[in-house]
Design a binder for this molecule. Structure first.
Ligand SMILES: Nc1nc2c([nH]c(=O)n2[C@H]2C[C@H](O)[C@@H](COP(=O)(O)OP(=O)(O)OP(=O)(O)O)O2)c(=O)[nH]1
Length: 128
């Protein structure tokens, strides 16, 4: 059986635009753009993971809101379940602790960034 990996990712909207961040070199999906987040640790709930990852990556405190429809992708020998959550910043200032750059995107315009492939399905959900 293939290994499953659950990954939460945060959808943060401000002034009508959505936050995406660019992965660093030397990681899987190096230099791709994504919604910030990461793998669910053993014993942790999805929303605990979401809040922890946004603190670790962006140094912000968030209220974790609605869970969107998860996206499942098969990659070499793992199945990645990407679980998006709407998040609202309740503390801190966005500081890039792991990523190279950030951008605020207008969801209704063509995306000018090279997103991780599964993230296009999140964009589709946000476009409704
Ligand atoms: N965080 C995040 N990961 C994504 C997205 N889309 C997507 O395919 N992925 C993939 C990339 C990685 O293979 C995996 C997440 O791993 P990660 O490296 O961000 O997770 P992590 O922070 O827990 O990793 P680490 O501690 O092991 O370095 O999911 C996305 O929008 N956000």
């Amino acid at each position: 059986m293939k290994q499953r990996m659950r990954v939460t990712c945060g959808v943060i909207k401000q002034a009508g635009k959505f936050l995406i961040v660019q992965r660093a070199g030397g990681t899987s999906h190096a230099f791709k753009w994504e919604f910030p987040g990461g793998k669910v640790d053993p014993g942790e709930t999805e929303s605990e993971c979401m809040a922890r990852e946004l603190k670790e990556e962006l140094d912000i405190e968030v209220a974790v809101g609605e869970r969107l429809i998860p996206i499942e992708r098969e990659e070499s020998n793992v199945i990645i379940e990407l679980i998006p959550f709407f998040c609202t910043i309740i503390g801190g200032e966005i500081t890039l602790l792991e990523h190279l750059q950030l951008a605020w995107i207008d969801i209704n315009k063509p995306i000018q960034y090279d997103l991780c492939i599964g993230d296009y399905s999140i964009v589709d959900q946000l476009r409704g």
